[in-house]
Design a binder for this molecule. Structure first.
Ligand code: ADP
Length: 343
């Protein structure tokens, strides 16, 4: 296929929740575009930067040392005003004023909704790249930042485990994920948690079941730690509410530990840097070949293009095999102790 010679200038934004690897992705976009003589400009602070003209020229010279840093040097923002037609029209006008022919949006489902909205008012090309720690975009196996966030959660839980084990304590650890359980599931498996509560579980574990498991574990191993991984936005009163309710039901003090924003920060791991650069490079090449209004993702280790709306209109299920794995492993040591007693 022939490259689109009319593509002279690409704009880039990072939007919504930042994620480790966004900087590596910008590097790949800038360096790939440069090889085809395409200029790249960033707009700082997501969609707000397009509307308010926070323009920053991007050149390969400036990209040498950005990949290893977390966050996004282009800054990100939540900008709810962008839902309004007039604001999106103002963005379209500014993109045209700056002679931008194509826009690459690195962000999550909200940012892709924004891109879909902008498309109604602007005739440039738009490509979305999945940048979110939550991994909640359909059409891609993984997203930029997810793997690092799971590593961060696992390392934090490992640390809690050491003090919990020393003091024989029960901890309820809340992880991020917005309304999806990817971080919860992966962190629970990796940290060998005794229990997991993620939004996709049907039925949801109830209080008496959770309390019974804690009591059984305390009886079998009175000297040991017990860790529950809980996804955010799930339990009434959050992690503190659950810890309090479990404390009352079991008579055992349950400690609440929300991991919070440390999960969003930190240097991207190798997997996220590689993914970010692969997708950034693919986005520029796809735009040169005429792709528009799509997300570039990774499925079965292959770069794929998915219509933007299908990334946020469809739910992305958890891998049931991993859910089964966690559920089958999490209570075994307690059950085995019971079996030893009766045999
Ligand atoms: P994420 O991209 O991480 O899911 P948000 O949901 O906060 O983060 O969305 C990022 C930004 O995308 C919003 O602050 C807003 O500027 C824009 N956006 C989100 N939803 C829409 C929408 N329905 N229409 C237009 N713009 C939107």
């Amino acid at each position: 296929m022939k490259k689109d010679k009319s593509l002279k200038k690409i704009g880039v934004i990072t939007s919504g929740g930042d994620s480790p690897g966004m900087n590596a992705c910008i590097r790949a976009i800038v360096n790939t575009a440069w090889q085809d003589g395409i200029e790249v400009v960033g707009f700082r602070h997501g969609y707000r930067g397009i509307v308010e003209d926070f323009v920053q020229p991007l050149h390969p010279d400036d990209m040498r040392l950005v990949s290893q840093r977390g966050g996004t040097f282009l800054k990100s923002a939540r900008y709810p005003e962008f839902r309004e037609d007039d604001v999106a029209k103002a963005a379209a006008k500014n993109l045209t004023k700056h002679n931008v022919d194509g826009l690459i949006v690195i962000g999550g489902d909200g940012s892709f909704r924004g891109a879909y909205h902008l498309e109604k008012f602007w005739d440039g090309k738009i490509i979305g790249l999945p940048g979110t720690i939550d991994n909640d975009l359909a059409g891609t196996d993984t997203t930029i930042g997810f793997s690092t966030a799971v590593d961060t959660a696992m390392e934090a839980i490992d640390k809690v485990r050491e003090t919990a084990e020393a003091m024989a304590r029960v901890f309820i650890i809340e992880v991020m994920g917005r309304h999806a359980g990817f971080i919860g599931l992966h962190a629970a498996i990796a940290s060998a948690a005794e229990a997991m509560i993620v939004p996709e579980m049907e039925p949801q574990p109830n209080l008496s079941e959770l309390a019974d498991n804690i009591i059984q574990a305390r009886t079998a191993f009175p000297d040991s730690s017990y860790i529950v991984v809980l996804s955010e936005n799930l339990w009434p009163g959050g992690v503190h509410g659950l810890a309090e309710n479990l404390g009352k039901s079991t008579g055992v003090t349950c400690h609440a530990c929300p991991l919070g924003h440390i999960q969003r920060g930190g240097r991207p791991n190798a997997q996220d840097r590689i993914l970010a650069m692969q997708l950034g490079n693919a986005a520029v090449n796809a735009m040169l070949l005429g792709s528009h209004n799509v997300m570039i993702g990774l499925e079965n280790e292959h770069v794929v293009e998915v219509p933007l709306n299908l990334t946020f209109e469809r739910d992305k299920p958890l891998d049931q095999r991993l859910v089964d794995l966690q559920l089958s492993l999490q209570g075994v040591n307690i059950a085995s102790k019971e079996a030893n007693k009766t045999s």
